[in-house]
Every structure is written in C-alpha cells, then in structure tokens.
Design a protein around this ligand. Sequence first.
Ligand SMILES: [Zn+2]
Length: 246
Amino acid sequence: MRLTYPRMSARRQLRRAIPQPVRQRLYDWSPSRKRRWREVPGLENAPAAASVVLTFDDGPDPSCTPQVLEALNQAGAKATFFVLGRHVAEDPGLAREMLAEGHELALHGMTHRHHDQLSLEEAEAELRDGSEAIESAIGQRPTWYRPPFGSASPELADLCVKHGLGLAYWSAWGQDWEDSSAARIAGLVRRDLSPGTIVLLHDSARYGQRDDAEATVGSIPLIAAAARKEGLELVSLSTAVSDHAA
Ligand SMILES: [Zn+2]
C-alpha cells in the first residue's frame, strides 16, 4: 500500500505541547534544523496558567505503576501516562485502572524505539498499532503522542496529523531514568516548576539505567507539595490544554 501524507500546510494543523524553552533548546542544539522545528509548531501557549502537568513515560508496568497511582491519589493529582502499546496489551487491566482513577492515557508508541529512524511504514505502524492497543484496552483512542527519546521528525509530525495525535514534549524533568533519589528528582523538577510546566517522569525502570522506580514514587508527594505552595494544580495534559483554550 502506498502511504499518502498531508501536504506541508497540513503540518500547521498539528496540535502540539512543546513549551517555548524546549523549542529554543531544540533550535540551539541543531541550528541547521531550525526550519524543520519551526514546521513542528511550538505550543508555548498550551497548558493552562494555573496548572502543572505530570507525565509518566514507559508504562504501564505492574512493578511500579500501581505505586505511582497510589501516590497520585494521595496527592489529589491527575496525570498523563505516555504508554507503550506492547505493555498495554500485556496488562490491559492496569491500563483500565489508570483511566478509572481519572488519568489520561497517551501514546509513546507500540515499542520503545527511535521512531524517527524507522521507515515510514514502520513508523506509521508504531502510531497505528500503539493507538489500537490503547483503544482495545480502554475503549478510547489516545490524542497525544510523545516519541521515545524525544526524537521527532517532520515525517512523524505528518503521521501525527494523519492519526489525530498531538505532539507533546516537556519543560522539566527529574532525570529519573538514572539511579537517583526522590529528593534529587523533586529538586530538579522544582527548579523548573512554573505555570504551564510539563514534567517528564517514568513509571517504569524498563528503559532506564536503574533497578526500580521507587525514587519516582517517592518524588510525587514532594513535587505535589511544591506545586501546591505555588498555587498550581496538577492536571492531565488534555485538561490543561482545554482549560487554556476555554
Ligand atoms: Zn520512553
């Protein structure tokens, strides 16, 4: 089957959650690709002013996601989980539990690879199969996609448009893929905590350099307390974006 892609102008339809500081960094890293990143529109105006979005990549993972859900519940926080289709298919019950707790399930792909380095057919399969795995588990298609390693490309942006996905990045992280402590993770996030911040965390140790994700679980109450002190609510990405648009 021959794949058809939207024209360049269609890329402007892409919904995006790439905070301005991140876009600047992408420009700085690769000035020759400045035009390319401009074609993936920025989303500095995405999240609502009085909120922060916690996002968790790489799950669902039965050895960690339940503890993350419990910590979010105790903190009165809602979050967005960028899940992998293959792990949703392994544990659809856990995916349904995440949704039932009021969280959002978004797409990280079917498998954890550099989707920008795949053939177009393989890249499209990552988005299509991943979305279908989520839909068959929870009855809803995801509306946001975050590429593994943050590796996007204009072709992936086109595929997002084709599959009804927005492209989401982050503007703060806890570097929790490394062996770390809850205090260090929370400290790194706190440094960049401001209205509209999108925080990158992981509810699995599968693709990181650590044995488990306990430090991430421990960081949640610390991050929630810091946000509360600033008067910032912890909401899902779609809630933040729709509040902002309203
Ligand atoms: Zn990942």
